[in-house]
Write a protein of this length. Structure first.
Length: 145
């Protein structure tokens, strides 16, 4: 489900959130807003719709990707992103409730840029999103589009 900016990213830093849980999606967006990103957030709860969107639009600056998605898993979405010519270098952060070491290893093998286990408390969740946003939007140098 696309929710912010009518499917169009606003100028500045752009984040695509692919998250199946509506409560987690809401928290991610709210945390990004609290961190200072008021525009440029698009959200999807369906992996195929997110991929279709990425085929039509320019690459975002950052993709926050859940693993527990349908109809394609987060691993399948990550594989597609990494094989796509214009998306292959886009940073992808896995945001997952899974602490399973096999999931973590597989995500990195598929070239995820980092893996964050979703914090279980609201305060830690908001802080992890703020730190992630500050890191990806202000510390690192992103590849050219």
């Amino acid at each position: 489900m696309l929710s912010v900016a009518e499917g169009k990213f606003v100028s500045g830093f752009r984040v695509l959130v692919v998250e199946s849980n509506p409560a987690d999606s809401y928290l991610i967006v709210e945390a990004l807003k609290q961190a200072g990103l008021n525009d440029g957030i698009a959200t999807f709860d369906d992996s195929q719709t997110a991929l279709d969107y990425l085929e039509r639009e320019s690459a975002p600056d950052l993709i926050l990707l859940d693993l527990n998605l349908a109809p394609l898993s987060g691993f399948e979405v990550l594989t597609h992103i990494r094989s796509h010519p214009s998306l292959g270098t886009t940073p992808v952060v896995i945001m997952s409730g899974s602490q399973n070491s096999r999931d973590v290893k597989k995500a990195y093998e598929l070239r995820a840029n980092c893996y964050i286990c979703k914090p279980t408390t609201l305060d830690r969740f908001l802080k992890s999103m703020k730190v992630s946003y500050e890191f990806w939007s202000g510390v690192v140098t992103l590849p050219p589009k």
